[in-house]
Each structure stands twice: as C-alpha cells, then as structure tokens.
Design a protein. Sequence first.
Length: 202
Amino acid sequence: MISLYLSKRSWLHGIPAGVKLLALVGITLLIVPLADPLAMAGALALVLLLYASLPAAWRVTWRLLRPLLALMAVIFALYYWSGQPETGALVMLRILTLVLLANLVTLTTRVDQMMAALLPLFRPLALLGLSPRRLSLMVALAIRFVPLLFERFSDLTEAWRARSPRRPSWRLIAPFSVRTLTMSDQVAEALTARGGAEGFGP
C-alpha cells in the first residue's frame, strides 16, 4: 500500500495534506454539476497538466486506470445503446477526472499526513467515546486502499488474459475477494505490531 506513494519529492508533496483534501472536495463539488461534455473535457485536460508535472506518476497510474477504463467502456456502451451517447461521454469524463484527482492526492500524501489533516474533523466525536485517531486512520487507509484495489484487480485481469483466450468475467470476483481479505489481514497485523492507531504517526 505504501508503495503507491511517490517518494520523489515534487511541488505537490510540499502542499499540506489538509489543503489538498479541501481542494479535492472543492473541485469535486465544482465538477459534479457540470453538464457539458466540452467543459468536462477541459477539466480533464487541466488534471492531465498536473500529471505532466509529475512524470513518475504515470507509471503507477496507468496500471490503476486499465480496469477502470474497461468499466467506463461498458458504461458508455449502455448509454450509447439507450440513445444517450453524450450523457455517456459526460459520465466517463467525470469519473476519469475525479479518479485522477483523488489519485494525485494519494500519490503525494503519506498516511500519517492524511491522519493529521483529518484528525481535527473527528475530535468532536471524542465526546461520544469514539477515538479521533482511529477514525482518521480508518479514513486515511480507505483513501489509500482504493488505488491499490484497482492495481490488484488489474493484476488478476492480466493473469486471466495470459491463461485464457476468453475475456475476464465474474470469475475474477472470488480471487479478488480472497486477495483483498488477505491484504486486510496483513495490514491489520502490521497496525497491531505498531500499537494500532495510537502508534501510527509522528
């Protein structure tokens, strides 16, 4: 999971995690209401410019995008067959733009930095007996796991294609679930060895 983080410093690494997360939320709120495919394509072009400033990011991102591109192709086909190709293109562009933006935050932000940014949001919940550190760790790990799960599914798809002439199907769900559960156990063991949420951080 930590391997998804780009260790080579960039200008995005220097931006505080809280600023990046707030920017992600704000941009998402601006992008979601867009109903013009051309405007959405412009937003995607701006995101691609951000990636152009981080050449190393593409090596990781492309592996994560391949299974998503296949899913978006299916979504577009459904819209096309229903006579709404423009809406299908809009949905595809929106998903791709938001995933790429979220991935930028993941690639340039460490887990402990995400925790530090999220911790103030959960402090009021301490009055209800909940641990703010555990909640912030849970959300930070969820953010980090999303691109990793895409990568694991991409690995399974490649293995399937190497062994079978048929297209990948629902049969990948079982091994994907097993890999996900195994990875969850490994992460849980690592966190336990570090003392849980209280031992994870500066």
